[in-house]
Design a protein around this ligand. Sequence first.
Ligand SMILES: [Zn+2]
Ligand SMILES: [Zn+2]
Length: 880
Amino acid sequence: MREIPKSYDPKPVEEKWYKFWLERKLFHAEEVSDRPPFCIVIPPPNVTGSLHIGHALDNTLQDILIRWRRMQGYNTLWLPGTDHAGIITQYLMEKMLAEEGLTKEKLGREKFLERMWRWKEESRSRIINQLMRLGCSCDWDRARFTLDEGLSRAVRTAFKILYDEGLIYRGSYIVNWCPRCRTALSDLEVEYEERLGKLYYIKYPLAGRSGSLVIATTRPETMLGDTGVAVNPNDDRYKHLIGSKAILPIVGRELPIVGDEAVDMEFGTGVLKVTPGHDPTDFEIGKRHGLPELNVMNPDGTMNENAGKFAGMDRYECREALVKELQRKGYLVKVEEYQHSIALCERCRTPIEPLISEQWFVRMKPLAQEAIKAAQEKRVRFVPEMWEKEFYNWLYNIKDWCISRQIWWGHRIPVWTCRDCGEEIVEVDTPQRCPKCGSPKLEQDPDVLDTWFSSGLWPFSTLGWPDDTQLLRTFYPTSVLVTGWDILFFWVARMIMLGLKFMGEVPFRYVYLHPLVADEFGRKMSKSRGNVIDPIESMEKYGTDAFRFALTASVIPSRYMPFPESRIGGSRNFANKIWNASRFVIMNLEGFEPKGEPPRERLELCDRWILSRYNRTVSLVNEALESFKFETAAHTLYDFIWHEFCDWYVELSKIRLYGSEDPEERYTAQYVLWRVLEGTMRLLHPIMPFITEEIWQMLPHEGESIMIAPYPRPDEGLIDEEAEKRMELLMEVIREIRTIRSEMRIPPSKEISAVIQAPDPSKRAILEEHVGYISHLCRAPRVEICESASRPPTSAVAVAGDIEIYVPLADLIDVEKERERIKRELKKVEKELEKIEANLANEQFLKKAPQHIVQGQRERREELLTVRERLLKNLRMLEP
Ligand SMILES: [Zn+2]
Ligand SMILES: [Zn+2]
């Protein structure tokens, strides 16, 4: 017999097969092929270190689709790559520099970028190794990076086209400004957090008359930039003051009082100080009433010369000093604690300061209209469908997109200004001379583009755009995009808009948005909570296949998916189960060669049943993958392999493998074992690529690798309702007898006898015909099947529909001792039950205990009640 290791050791298997696949170039896609195309572009991971569990899920799901379609005969391209991730990568590098006592300014732009490229290269290779470790079957020869030359040309070309069509413009607007990163951010790059702050009530005296207005603000330092005061024209308290003036405390500036509907009468005192330079709402109000814009801050968040004596202070220092002075001079009315949401930089979590600055913007409305139309016409579909609505909502309310960033790491904006004549030049290739005056003194805009501008072009720039390449012609539009819902607006929507703009068609036919991985309580995973699962550690500990399977089986159509580590352990058990069953089959296939299907009449009931169940599984898994129900595919396979093939068919096959002298009977059992196992390995391969390849290679097979073997298609002719119904009946009876064995603690080595009373003649006939199955699986050489029977003394009883089963116990166990044991257990159960009932009746406990504890007690009570019932039933059986 063949030597196969007793337990499954994932690591060497994974290394061996990944190398094999790479060497044989099995991930390679053809530029031209007769086979239908199937293409996925990877959501490019940021070159900032390493992959987290979210990446692991995202890439597992993509690999499943790619492997499945490849096996189905598609010309598949999974195009990999990485993203330069401007702000966050630069932020992390600046932190590293700080540890060395360096700053980017000390290094200078050129040296700084050199270091960035070096670090990027380290991160990139680490990320690619991790993806390989995960089993990803990407076409690595085609890997791209958002800053590589081709993609940079795509970015400059896109910029120029939009600029020439008036869809990109430069203007001074109020933008989200991060004083730490010292760059503008788009609305999407700002996150909101509830924080406890303060609300300051400040008195503004009226000009030329007695009295004053009280104004509430959370950011008093911005008052230095006030250029007006606004009230709601419908507010009876204040409307008579519209047209008069107030005086800015400390500064003494006169502020016109204007009426504007945007003022919230409910907030604070209902009076708003208008600071057009530092608040987006005020900016709009200022525009409507012609109020000047005054900027009182520097880009780093310190106060500038317009702040008078506060100039040079940090914004928070200034706040403190200013409040003190207001108090001293009697302007501060009161200060309240105030819970409010504050805007933070998504990357470094510094509070945003709205600032007016000159930036580049993309006009979004015309682009959004096309995207809405494409989704309405179902040229692109969202899975789950609920995301389509969110997509529309965002696009209907879209604002122009601020695309310039004041950082160094990224695509330089392709705009030059002539120092001699002031001409603005936008070019794809760096211009040498001014086209207007011929001067060589050209200065490029120092800013770079928002990272999402380049990733927005990803599905076509990676395929060769702006050139008209064969790759684009073969694979655009791509088939499906798989990503987390959290970047639906950042990325997915922008790709759709830009794809439609530059390619005239959507970039992908389907968008599958998966949940974000959370811990077992549904909380986001984060380093500070300490609930992070590291993908590499998990793969090392449990094996890659187990890790992939656990992730796949945990997907739910929701925003977050709970993912306890125990899931991965459970999947490792599944891998071991597969290994053990396969080991048994392979060892029993010694001397077997598939020489064609045995004639139909040679197939026994269990053969017909497993072939029928297998073919149903094949159609269910294919249907599940067609509709992106990854979890259904995983659960279907798990149930079939564990609870049908291993638990039943493998066991029943032993009757012929071990007990039959007839070579044809043996051949039939071997044939069915082989056929079902070999097919099941192909069916499971997309989710668990390594163990399936290892087993498949040991089984008789055709072809060089399972990953290019055909994916199973259901054979409707083998679906056999009759066989399934008959097996169901037998399985029910067998399960009942086995339950008796275990509950009555009958030692596994002891043989039992059973009496089965089956009044229905057709059922009786089935049981009689297959009594061998019952004997074999229950270790019951004597099974009596009759129309009616009386219960033998001291026998266990079980019921399966109209069938009654008796197992005489007298010779098997010490009945008296067993009765005592059950009584003892009953006592224990009742004691615990009493305690829990007392807790659950206690109002204090219900009020004070955490929800999950109360829930746990309720569940435990249900459990104990079931156990008690079972013990009582067993006790009754043991009565003489
Ligand atoms: Zn920041
Ligand atoms: Zn010029």
